[in-house]
Design a protein around this ligand. Structure first.
Ligand code: ADP
Ligand code: MG
Length: 264
């Protein structure tokens, strides 16, 4: 294997996050460090409550400043995320970093057609006119294997199945040609067969578009399916990191072994 000499696209360095206000702070992330290299998929895994989503929200600059305190550093392409203004952060989220969550319904506008949401995003972020935005939206629908794209364009989110909504969200996330995708349990709410389809879609897109992906899941089966490297978290601590192959072959921590024993 060729050794990667490039520097990471994302570096999480001794991240500590506490929630609270004034003098009462409760730390929930206790010094977590990991890197994501360009074009690589890293799985962030751990049971519910281990701090995966808080880590993602910290990277995305989505924690409410008054209620959350971030220490340590998060560096995306040389930029220190905790130092960015809300405006710069918004531009980053609509540009080089995209995200998808467990329930796309909360991220989609219920009163706008799926097609128009993506087209609008293309108009804002890539300056496309109405015609070009529509054409590009249909191309993106095709890209995420939505058949019958013309009809789906005029569907509202609530008319679609969970799996279809997640495809729409993925199409939306691709609209800004991100360098990195952060996916927080994007398949957890879906039926097993649909899960598998969405996972293979994410994998295919990652390979074709060369994006880096931080894939958050509580499911080691999913980890095996998608990731090059794995970061295991438990109760706000980093348990271990390694290549996914090594973690499956020879997990160092008892906790990782217990997660693995749950994989059928
Ligand atoms: P995971 O995504 O791994 O299930 P989370 O990152 O959501 O875990 O949560 C990690 C810990 O942080 C949990 O103990 C949770 O209760 C706590 N937490 C998350 N969000 C907040 C918040 N806004 N205020 C206070 N505590 C929070
Ligand atoms: Mg979570």
């Amino acid at each position: 294997m060729i050794e990667k000499t490039q520097s990471p696209i994302l570096r999480v360095d001794d991240l500590r996050v506490a929630f609270g206000a004034r003098k009462k702070w409760t730390e929930v992330i206790h010094g977590v460090s990991f890197d994501v290299n360009p074009g690589e998929t890293v799985a962030l895994v751990g049971e519910s409550g281990s701090g995966k989503s808080v880590t993602a929200m910290s990277i995305l600059g989505l924690l409410p400043p008054g209620q959350a305190r971030i220490e340590g550093n998060i560096i995306f392409e040389g930029r220190e995320i905790p130092q960015l203004s809300p405006d710069e952060m918004r531009r980053l989220r609509g540009g080089d970093i995209a995200m998808i969550f467990q329930e796309p319904m909360t991220s989609l506008n219920p009163v706008m057609t799926c097609g128009n949401q993506i087209a609008e995003s293309l108009a804002i972020h890539r300056g496309l006119d109405t015609r070009a935005a529509r054409a590009e939206t249909l191309r993106l629908f095709d890209r995420v294997r939505i058949s019958d794209a013309e009809r789906r364009f005029s569907d509202y989110p609530h008319n679609l199945s969970g799996g279809m909504r997640q495809r729409i969200m993925i199409a939306m996330s691709l609209a800004c040609k991100p360098k990195m995708l952060i996916a927080d349990e994007p398949t957890t709410a879906l039926d097993v067969t649909i899960q598998a389809q969405i996972l293979s879609l994410v994998k295919e897109l990652q390979e074709d578009e060369g994006m880096a992906v931080l894939f958050i899941t509580h499911d080691m089966g999913v980890v095996a399916e998608v990731s090059d490297r794995t970061v295991v978290m438990r109760n706000g601590d980093l348990v271990e990191t390694g290549t996914t192959a090594d973690i499956f072959r020879a997990p160092k921590a008892g906790y990782t072994r217990s997660l693995l024993s749950a994989v059928p």
